[in-house]
Design a protein around this ligand. Structure first.
Ligand SMILES: [Zn+2]
Ligand SMILES: [Zn+2]
Length: 304
């Protein structure tokens, strides 16, 4: 089951008690990170995220509050004795600028592999190293520069039916193989397939992460049925709407409306403006728009 920790909830600049937005997701001992603003490696240490387990980095865009933590993070990962390559996905048009940040790292004991993604159409890929059952989908966002949102879909095994396995007289030592989709032949010659003792497919667990963007109508579709939707909410003051439109960001209320339309199970807000010192004051009105909203704080965590 994926373990998720929002390492920071800040936008633009970090505050003394609010790191820049970054999401750590760990599953079966491997992890991935979305966005890496200044100080992300410190936020990871504070919140107990294991950077040595990171197999993939996904970057939304090249604004400093999303990428300038890379040199420090990559150097610290190097200090964890890593030698296997590390994959970084990001908008294709940002590869030149983001890769130039690595110039200050000197020699890293592992290869960093950049994968460019389109910022004008959706894309889909598997992050094999992070999880062979993980599919990543992207959506173009509308920001001042190329920017993309991510949806992580973790495939799930079907439900195992132990009573059925017992009825069929299948010894316990064969259950794991059958639950994992394999087939077995018992010493008495009888053969069984996974479907004989499982209850059919289950939908994947979905985590959707979108920041920084106008609240595009298509985002609700992209976040459809998410188990966890993480979305920016720069301000809770609706008088800032015109300014947010101009800067290509969204309000907390925009995020709540998208989550409601998407039928998301829960919404975590993130990427607060540094001027928004107490985002929790908006909670009552936001709950009216979407009851499953969480005014996230740094270190917000959940196991899905
Ligand atoms: Zn930002
Ligand atoms: Zn930005």
């Amino acid at each position: 089951m994926p373990e998720i920790c929002l390492l920071g909830t800040g936008g633009m600049i970090p505050l003394k008690d609010r790191f820049l937005t970054s999401l750590y997701v760990e599953h079966n001992g491997h992890a991935l990170l979305i966005d890496c603003g200044e100080g992300t490696q410190v936020a990871a240490a504070v919140h107990g995220a294991k950077i040595s387990r990171i197999e993939a980095l996904l970057l939304t865009h090249e604004h400093a509050d999303h990428v300038t933590g890379l040199p420090g993070l990559l150097l610290s990962i190097g200090n964890c004795s890593r030698t296997r390559p590390l994959d970084i996905w990001l908008p294709e048009k940002s590869i030149a600028n983001v890769s130039s940040l690595l110039a200050v790292c000197g020699h890293l004991p592992y290869e960093v592999v950049f994968h460019g993604l389109p910022d004008d159409e959706p894309a889909s890929f598997t992050a094999e190293a992070a999880d062979p059952m993980l599919t990543v989908d992207t959506v173009p966002l509308c920001h001042k520069i190329p920017c993309i949102g991510y949806r992580l879909s973790f495939g799930r095994k079907p439900v195992f039916l132990p009573e059925k396995a017992k009825q069929l007289g299948i010894p316990v030592e064969y259950w794991k193989t059958l639950h994992s989709g394999g087939s077995v032949t018992l010493p008495d010659g009888r053969s069984f397939a996974s479907g004989d003792v499982t209850g059919g497919a289950r939908p994947p667990l979905r985590i959707t992460y979108t920041t920084d963007s106008l609240p595009l109508p298509g985002l609700a579709d992209f976040a459809r049925d998410s188990d966890l939707f993480i979305c920016e909410g720069m301000y809770g003051d609706e008088e800032k709407k015109a300014s947010m439109n101009e800067k290509c960001h969204m309000l907390m209320q925009d995020a709540c409306r998208l989550a409601a339309e998407a039928g998301a199970k829960r919404l975590w807000l993130t990427h607060y403006s540094p001027a928004e010192e107490s985002p929790e004051i908006y909670e009552p009105q936001l709950r009216e728009l979407f009851p499953g909203v969480v005014i996230s704080k740094d270190g917000e965590r959940i196991t899905l």
